[in-house]
Design a protein around this ligand. Structure first.
Ligand code: UDP
Length: 339
């Protein structure tokens, strides 16, 4: 329960697309616990029914405009949060149309339908991938968007649409949250990342510790960083979820459209993450240092000044070991529970 929002939010209704996925399900949980009324709209292509801990689940696709319209007309949401998306960078390179369809065109469908139905508040799941390879060590929101893969481009295009919609109609307001490296899981192990083929470092390290992979590959040791491996800003998924409550209350309080980075403002190298994963699991899993993975910037760290000031965001889980511990708990429980 998040007491400070309980009283004012008990009747606020939120439609959450992609609420059965990794980040979306933590948002559903956080809003449900805080007393908001949530409705999940998800086609279950990568999400899971069991991960929706609060509210009803509508199993449908965003390309189904009729279903979408019926859902919005019936539920009358005060705001829509849009998580449903494809997120695997290498896949976006080999199947760009899938990414522009799912991430850009489906966002347009959603926006068009919500405008027709009278909903005017929108929160968008964006990504640090819109920056591409930033010029600065930590990147702020005014840095140019120069994505280097179709995944980042598909999200950037949606952000541009949002900006133009707001310019055309000031009653329409959105918050776009650019996530850095989201990781970790629910503290009591109910939900977590459950993608069949996760490419993310922490998940792959833990699956290697579990014996699901023979070894963990470290992609590149010749980057211009202190230990030669890439540095990322890993952020616990529950801190991301809480940022959505703040973003929503900001919009409902007549806040105007904004873009915010979501990250802790400091990072860890791949080697540091591997060492922390070995410590948390007490397993000395095999690591193989290989060549660079295409398209990886050497350092990606959020300048989070804007979200801290603009939304008064105070992250609670800025602790790599805690992030890995929650992910490890999840890795060890969900297969037994759900597969
Ligand atoms: N990485 C790695 N081995 C893996 C997965 C990732 O060395 O099995 C590296 C990757 O090259 C990047 C960092 O870990 O430098 C974070 O990658 P991830 O895919 O988790 O997130 P990204 O930053 O690409 O969104």
């Amino acid at each position: 329960m998040i007491p400070e929002f309980e009283a004012i939010s008990s009747k606020t209704k939120i439609l959450i697309t992609g609420g059965a996925g990794y980040i979306g399900s933590h948002v559903v949980k956080t809003f449900g616990e805080a007393g908001y009324e949530v409705l999940t709209y998800d086609n279950l292509s990568t999400g899971n029914k069991w991960s929706v801990l609060y509210g009803e689940l509508i199993v449908a696709d965003l390309s189904d405009k009729e279903r979408l319209k019926k859902t919005i007309v019936k539920f009358k949401p005060d705001a829509i949060m849009h998580f449903a998306a494809s997120i695997v960078v290498p896949e976006s390179v080999s199947s760009p149309l899938k990414y522009y369809q799912n991430n850009t065109v489906n966002t347009l469908n959603l926006l068009e339908t919500m405008m027709a139905c009278g909903t005017r508040n929108f929160i968008f799941s964006s990504t640090a991938a819109v920056y591409g390879i930033p010029d600065t060590m930590s990147v702020n929101e005014s840095a140019p968007m120069n994505p280097i893969n179709p995944y980042g481009s598909s999200k950037m295009m949606a952000e541009k649409v949002l900006r133009d919609m707001h310019l055309a109609d000031n009653d329409f307001n959105y918050v776009s949250l650019r996530y850095f490296n989201v990781a970790g899981a629910d503290g009591v192990g109910r939900i977590g990342e459950a993608y069949k083929e996760s490419t993310h470092l922490i998940t792959r390290a833990l699956k290697t510790a579990k014996g699901e992979f023979e070894k963990l590959q470290v992609f590149g040791t010749d980057y211009p960083t202190s230990d030669g491996t890439c540095i990322r800003d890993y952020i616990h998924v529950d801190d991301i979820a809480y940022a959505h409550i703040l973003a929503l209350e900001y919009l409902l309080d007549k806040g105007t459209s904004e873009v915010f980075n979501c990250g802790y403002g400091h990072g860890y190298s791949v080697r540091e993450v591997v060492a922390a994963a070995k410590k948390v699991t007490s397993i000395d899993f095999e690591v193989e240092e290989t060549g660079r993975r295409e398209g990886d910037p050497s350092i990606l760290i959020a300048d989070n000044t804007k979200i801290k000031q603009g939304l008064n965001w105070k992250p609670k889980y800025d602790d790599l070991e805690y992030i890995i511990k929650t992910a490890w708990k999840w890795e060890n429980s969900y297969r037994e529970k759900y597969s």
